[in-house]
Ligand binder design. Structure first.
Ligand SMILES: NC(=O)c1ccc[n+]([C@@H]2O[C@H](COP(=O)([O-])OP(=O)(O)OC[C@H]3O[C@@H](n4cnc5c(N)ncnc54)[C@H](O)[C@@H]3O)[C@@H](O)[C@H]2O)c1
Length: 358
C-alpha cells in the first residue's frame, strides 16, 4: 500500500518511517534512530516536502492514502482530485481538522482520521513558555546580553503567582495548562460551553467570556477553530479585555482578528501578544523566507511591536508528541486497512465504498 506524505519535513520522515517499521517489529522501533525505511516496513511512504493543494493533488496518483499536516489544503476540489487519483484515505498528522471539508470527504466515501491527543502537555507547556517569555521579557534579555547590554530598563515583568489567567476552552490542552498554572499560584477562570469537571477540580471557575476578558491578566486560547470561534478575539472582545492584559494563542490563528489586535496593541490597551499560530500562516510557516520580502503587511506590523512574540506553530514539537503523532497515524492507517472501527475517524463511512488495495 502506498502513502503519499505531504508537507514532509526531515522529522516527519524519521518518525513516520520509525513508526512504520515498528508495525512489523515493535522491538526494533524503540532502539532505531534511522531515517531510512527498511525492507520490513509494511507501507511504502513517499515523502513530498511541499504542501497538498489543488496544484499538487495529482502527485498523489498511485497512492492509496495521503498523510497531511495543518497547512495542507483539503478543500472539496482537492478531495475530489485525490479521489480521482485513487486515494481512499486521508491521515491527518494533527488534532485540528478545520482545514478539511469533511462533508465532501464523507460524500466521496473517504476515510479521514486525525490524531486527537498527542501530549496535550507539550502544547500547554509551550503556552506557559510564551506567557513567561512575554511577561518576563527573556527574549529581549537574551539579545541584550549578547550585545553586552546588561541594563534592566524595560525588562520588568509581573509575578505570575496571584495573577488571574483566563483559559478559553478547557479540553485536553486547556486543562493541562490550568494544572501547570495552578502550580504557579494563579487564579483560574475559564470559558467553555462544555464545562469540564477536571478544570473545576483544579479550583478553576467557569465564567462568561466577557467576565473572563475583564478579569484576566493573561488570556490563553485553547478552543478549536469553527464558525462560532472564528475571530472570537475581535475589536469588540478586545474592548472588553482588561487593560494591560496579555493574549496568548497556541490554538488556531483565525481565532484572532489580526487588524483588531494590531489596533489594541497600538492603543496600548492590550499589554502583549504571543502567537504560535497566525491566521495567514499557510504561506509563511514551516519554510525559510529569510531572504524574501514578506508581503503580509499585518504580519510585518506585528513584528515591529516589542511586546509581540511570534513562533511558527511549534507548540506540538516535542520528541514525545511527534512520536505519538507518527504512531497514532500508523494505527489509524491500520484500522483503515483492517476495516475495523477507528476511534479517531472524523467521518461516517461505508467500508464497501472504499475497497482497500494492499
Ligand atoms: N499550536 C499547536 O502546535 C497545536 C497543537 C495541538 C492542538 N492545537 C490546537 O489546540 C486546540 C485545542 O486542542 P485540545 O486537544 O485541547 O482540544 P479539545 O477538543 O480537547 O478541547 C477543545 C475545547 O474547546 C471547547 N470549545 C468549543 N467551542 C468553544 C467556544 N466557542 N468557546 C470556548 N471553548 C470552546 C470545547 O468544549 C473543548 O472543551 C485544537 O483545536 C488545535 O487547534 C494546537
Amino acid at each position: 500500500m502506498n502513502i503519499a506524505v505531504f508537507s514532509a519535513k526531515p522529522y516527519d520522515r524519521e518518525f513516520l518511517s520509525r513508526a512504520n517499521a515498528a508495525l512489523s517489529s515493535s522491538s526494533s522501533s524503540s532502539s532505531s534512530s534511522s531515517s531510512s525505511p527498511s525492507s520490513s516496513e509494511p507501507y511504502k511512504l513517499t515523502f513530498h516536502d511541499f504542501a497538498l493543494s489543488t496544484e499538487t493533488a495529482s502527485l498523489a496518483r498511485g497512492a492509496d492514502a495521503v498523510c497531511v499536516f495543518v497547512n495542507d489544503i483539503l478543500s472539496s476540489d482537492v478531495l475530489h482530485a485525490l479521489h480521482d487519483a485513487g486515494v481512499r484515505a486521508v491521515l491527518l498528522r494533527c488534532a485540528g481538522y478545520n482545514h478539511v471539508d469533511l462533508e465532501a470527504a464523507e460524500q466521496l466515501g473517504l476515510f479521514v482520521a486525525n490524531v486527537p491527543a498527542y501530549s496535550p502537555e507539550a502544547v500547554a507547556e509551550f503556552a506557559v513558555a510564551l506567557v513567561q517569555t512575554l511577561n518576563r521579557k527573556t527574549h529581549r534579555a537574551y539579545n541584550r546580553v549578547r550585545e553586552g547590554n546588561f541594563s534592566l530598563d524595560g525588562l520588568m515583568g509581573r509575578t505570575l503567582s496571584g495573577k488571574t489567567v483566563g483559559v478559553v476552552g478547557t479540553g485536553r490542552i486547556g486543562v493541562a495548562l490550568a494544572r501547570i498554572l495552578r502550580g504557579f499560584g494563579c487564579r483560574l477562570l475559564a470559558y467553555d460551553p462544555f464545562p469540564a469537571d477536571a478544570f473545576r477540580e483544579l479550583g478553576g471557575e467557569y465564567v462568561g467570556l466577557d467576565r473572563l476578558l475583564a478579569e484576566s491578566d493573561f488570556v490563553s486560547l485553547h478552543c478549536p477553530l469553527s464558525e462560532s470561534t472564528r475571530h472570537i478575539i475581535n475589536s469588540e472582545t478586545l474592548g472588553k479585555i482588561k487593560k494591560g492584559a496579555m493574549l496568548i494563542n497556541t490554538s488556531r490563528g483565525a481565532l484572532v482578528d489580526t487588524p483588531s489586535v494590531i489596533d489594541a496593541l497600538k492603543s496600548q490597551h492590550l499589554g502583549g501578544l504571543a502567537l504560535d499560530v497566525y491566521e495567514a500562516e499557510g504561506g509563511l510557516f514551516y519554510q525559510d523566507h529569510s531572504l524574501e520580502i514578506i508581503q503580509d503587511d499585518d504580519f510585518s506590523r506585528l513584528m515591529t511591536f516589542p511586546n509581540v512574540l511570534v513562533c511558527g506553530h511549534q507548540a506540538f514539537f516535542t520528541e514525545e508528541a511527534v512520536t505519538e503523532i507518527a504512531e497514532c497515524t500508523m494505527r489509524n492507517l491500520q484500522d483503515f486497512v483492517n476495516r475495523v472501527p477507528c476511534q479517531n475517524s472524523l467521518v461516517k463511512r461505508d467500508d464497501k465504498l472504499a475497497p482497500v488495495r494492499i
